[in-house]
Design a protein around this ligand. Structure first.
Ligand code: SAM
Length: 551
């Protein structure tokens, strides 16, 4: 089983410290966990092609459970009863042999070249065990063979050299021993073995699966196995429809565990609280979030047009950027506010709940009016812990007489004060299904701004930025999108972007790799991930041309 989310405090082990996984050579599921033939839904007709009949029955069962609580409980009871039987059937006793030998000799015997390969090593059971007869100075070396006749003459000689005694020493493997994959392979009907659900995504304590139709007749059983065998999981849900809604959320059915959808996840050194029923979250995007966050500099201004619960916005604010974060979904807006406070970035993040186009106009005017400082003004971004540390360092300095009693730590005074930030540096638009269409909102954006703040003032501001080293005169846009033209992704995406921006001729965005035209400066196209065999997700980054902003 693979899952996607990483544990909250996951720290990758140093390769030198990573033990190679212990193999279970003797526990091949097909031999030691034979198919149990315990679960075959009576709803699955026998006389139809197997996969089709499972799928048909599964769809009908899911539909009837959705409208009828009693029917859902009946299906749950039936499937959990199969699992109860499987728990008993999967408690295995392997009739193996062991060698009784003096404790002082046992390790050397286990390493002996003629014996080493016969030792039973498995994930859970120990290969050196106490003596069943209770003698303190004696141990039993567990072998993985059932019959002493398979021992080679060399192995026998090594055993008798240390006065070892071959005894019957069975190994117990309880239900808990087996992995999700092994249990599912054992309990599901033969025709479902190939492609059995082998991956689920994690969002905090929630595991969500996306079961194919032929597994729906066994969904509560599958959910319960995942729940029991995955320590962090408290809730297992199955996605019910594709994610085509405006707010990118999907309907789900609870398969196992508690109906708790408020999850807590950590990413980019921030903690996010979210209501998984009502907001979008995709742990697969964490690399993309990190890639863009790395491009935002402290005191730059970021306008996140479709911010969700804040995976770009909150970490960017934590880095010291000034962030305007927006989402049309009121649940995301509520989460954004919570996550801003939770991560102590309220001083750098302002949340709104507007339509993306309206927000783009709003954000440039709000930034102009805010005139954000271009340098540190105090310790507003310090965490409570940092502040405590700062205070105790100050107290210590006072006690030691190295600081005056009323001293307050001061940031070193900069030689030339940095100018205020009145213009947005980056727009992020992560709504891949339609964000390219929203690019029309940049047409005439600065003409509109100039109508409020004056054209001369705006021109002077843009001009002044040319001389600064940490800002560019005009903003970057990072827009996410899908393409189904995977072979010609660059030209497809740039053509759609140009259409929305109203760009033609030499000003148009030139797709990377188009050798017939001069490349567009500062333009890049990044493949984020393949979402389906013929559907890729990209991020197009480009600097907004003056002709678009003043259209
Ligand atoms: C794919 S999610 C991305 C969220 C977040 N940026 C992330 O990376 O997880 C797209 C977000 O766009 C929001 N959205 C959809 N239509 C919108 C609109 N017209 N204006 C603003 N936000 C919108 C959805 O509510 C959703 O949270």
């Amino acid at each position: 089983m693979a899952y996607i989310d990483k544990p909250r405090f996951h720290k990758p082990a140093h390769p030198a410290r990573t033990k190679p996984p212990v193999k279970d050579p003797l526990l091949e599921p097909s031999t030691q966990v034979p198919r149990l033939a315990l679960c075959r839904s009576s709803a699955v007709p026998e006389d139809a092609p197997p996969l089709q009949s499972h799928a048909q029955a599964g769809i009908e069962m899911q539909e009837s459970a959705a409208n009828d609580d009693a029917e859902r409980l009946r299906q749950q009871r039936e499937q959990l009863a199969w699992l109860d039987k499987a728990r008993v059937a999967l408690h295995k006793t392997l009739p193996l042999l062991g060698i009784r030998v003096q404790a002082t000799q046992v390790s050397a015997l286990a390493r002996h070249p003629a014996v080493n390969g016969l030792v039973f090593r498995s994930r859970r059971s120990k290969h050196i065990n106490p003596d069943p007869c209770g003698e303190d100075a004696v141990r039993v070396l567990q072998l993985g063979v059932e019959d002493a006749s398979v021992l080679s003459p060399e192995a026998r000689a090594a055993i008798s050299e240390v006065h070892g005694e071959i005894i019957s020493h069975p190994v117990e493997l309880p239900y808990d021993y087996w992995t999700v994959e092994q249990v599912l392979r054992a309990v599901l009907p033969t025709e479902l073995e190939e492609g059995a659900p082998s991956a689920f995504a994690m969002v905090g304590h929630l595991a969500h699966v996306n079961l194919r139709e032929e597994y729906l007749a066994y969904r509560y059983l599958i959910g319960q196995v995942i729940l029991e065998k995955t320590p962090r999981v408290r809730t297992v849900v199955n996605k019910l429809d594709s994610i085509e809604t405006e707010f990118r959320v999907f309907a789900m059915e609870l398969l196992a565990g508690v109906p708790e959808y408020e999850a807590e996840v950590s990413e980019s050194n921030c903690v996010f609280q979210l209501d998984f029923h009502n907001v979008y979250w995709n742990s697969r995007l964490h690399t993309e979030h990190g890639r863009l966050i790395a491009q935002f500099q402290p005191f730059q201004v970021l306008a996140d047009v479709m911010a969700g619960v804040g995976p770009f916005a909150v970490p960017a604010a934590k880095k010291g950027a000034w962030v305007l974060a927006n989402d049309l979904n009121p649940h995301c807006y509520a989460s954004l506010q919570k996550n801003s406070t939770r991560n102590h970035v309220d001083a750098h993040l302002q949340a709104t709940c507007l339509d993306g186009r309206e927000f783009i106009r709003y954000s440039v005017l709000a930034t102009w009016n805010a005139a954000y400082p271009g340098e540190p003004t105090g310790n507003e971004l310090m965490s409570a812990r940092q502040k405590r540390k700062e205070k105790s360092a100050q107290r210590r300095a006072q006690q030691e007489g190295t600081a005056p009693a009323d001293s307050v730590p001061q940031a070193p005074a900069p030689s030339t004060p940095k100018p205020q930030r009145r213009l947005v540096d980056h727009f992020v638009m992560n709504l891949p299904a339609t964000a390219l269409e929203f690019l029309d909102a940049y047409r005439g954006l600065y003409t509109h701004l100039a109508s409020h703040v004056g054209r001369d003032a705006l021109d002077a501001e843009i001009e002044a930025r040319s001389g600064q080293d940490d800002v560019e005169p005009l903003p970057m846009v990072h827009v996410h999108c899908f393409t189904k033209d995977v072979e010609h992704a660059a030209s497809d995406i740039c053509q759609r972007a140009n259409a929305a921006l109203g760009l033609t001729g030499p000003e148009r965005l030139v797709p990377p790799g188009d050798e017939a035209s001069d490349p567009t400066p500062d333009l890049s196209l990044h493949l984020v991930r393949s979402v389906a065999p013929s559907k890729d997700m990209y991020c197009l980054s480009f600097r907004l041309p003056r002709s678009v902003l003043f259209a």
